[in-house]
Design a protein around this ligand. Sequence first.
Ligand code: EPU
Length: 442
Amino acid sequence: MDTFVIDGGRRLKGRLTVSGSKNASLPIMAAALLTDQPLTLHDVPDLRDLANMRGLLGELGCDVQYEGNLTRLQVVDESASHARYEIVRTMRASICILGPMLARRKRARISMPGGCAIGDRPVDLHLRGLRALGADIRLDGGDIIAQADELTGTTIFLGGPAGSTVLGTANVMSAATLARGTTVIECAACEPEIVNLAETLTAMGARIEGAGTPRITIHGVRELGPAEVRIMPDRIEAGTYMLASAITNGQVTIDNCPLDALLALLDRLDEVGVGVTRTDRAQGADRCTVMVESSRRLNPVQVTTQPHPGFPTDLQAQIMALLCLADGNSIITERIYEQRFLHVAELGRMGAVLHRQGPTVVVSGVPKLVGAPVMASDLRASACLVLAGLAAQGRTIINRVYHLDRGYQRMEERLRQLGAAIERVDEEEVAADASARVAAPR
Ligand code: EPU
């Protein structure tokens, strides 16, 4: 298993370009199942989750071609209907094939996703929405079995205890494109990835209004056709590198930055004392160039995660790393996944002072973090530990970085280009190196 070794304390300086979005790519790739015509996608990033999605689509009769960041998908055989447990357990987002499969093939069988490191993550809202469209859904042997001779448009309230659901909205919106009549999704997710999916479906011939607002209206059509679209830049990757620049007191220029999707982060960074300056002259704010610089003194702030346009849960761990070094007490409240705090204990091993009570963590700023061996537990917690390691004094060793490879394209290479001392090594090499040092005569 791969491990990162980081020698912290270097200021990041330089330039990088944000990749295409993982979380936009996943439901957009699944939309290829809605037609037998080709779907051509630009800017799909090279990530493990997307390799898993290609594998799943291949099993479902889709011809998958990809080279660099260009992916071409076309269904050639519609007889399969089963998304197996072996794939679903490696990637929860497999659930987003459910809506497209049901709408086009009239049936789908997908293993029920289990819990994961960041919490329970139920899919009841996905099922509620698809049932409202007329699907018959039951559970058998750990699988969701869905069938519908025909889906019929209706008004669906898709809110749950934490508000809207991103992939639930994606599933219902995708299925409704081929339903008879009009579907209205109330309490729809407003995330920019939903807008990117709606743009894709529209390019395929769907009739959708209101994507990006809490009410999405879909007028069903008989069939969808070929399309070629570009995946939006990854707002979480962009935010993570902004925070990497801030925590190292660096000066990093970021191209292809989806600034308009990051307003809640910008608002918090402004209060912390991190400067984000737009340096390009393009129209619109979906693909900008920004420079991120921070002052030495970081102000403490309050952060509460919320559905978009609120502060994203996928940046909660990373901003916590930054606030560990602020001058005072910050308060972070997690409203989407109340258990998403596996990074807290690991940050504590690096000298951070954190007190958790339920969904809230009080972060008491310290003057410095110190390097330590730590364990990555999920994608964003791993990114948080990398940021902490970049700022810490001494060496940080992060185990199990395969979590990072699910969502960050060649992170260590990109950080090295910005001046970080970070290496990917085999876990056994690190262990052998440590025991050699213990055994060496003094
Ligand atoms: N929820 C329900 N019932 C459902 C679905 C969701 O109660 O049927 C709850 C969840 O437990 C959670 C909240 O609703 O409390 C929001 O979950 P949501 O359904 O929006 O999450 P998701 O669509 O499964 C996507 C991202 C996550 C991101 C969340 C929230 C993808 C592939 N995943 O998940 O990304 O954290 O939205 O923004 O788009 C990540 O990239 O690290 C990641 C975990």
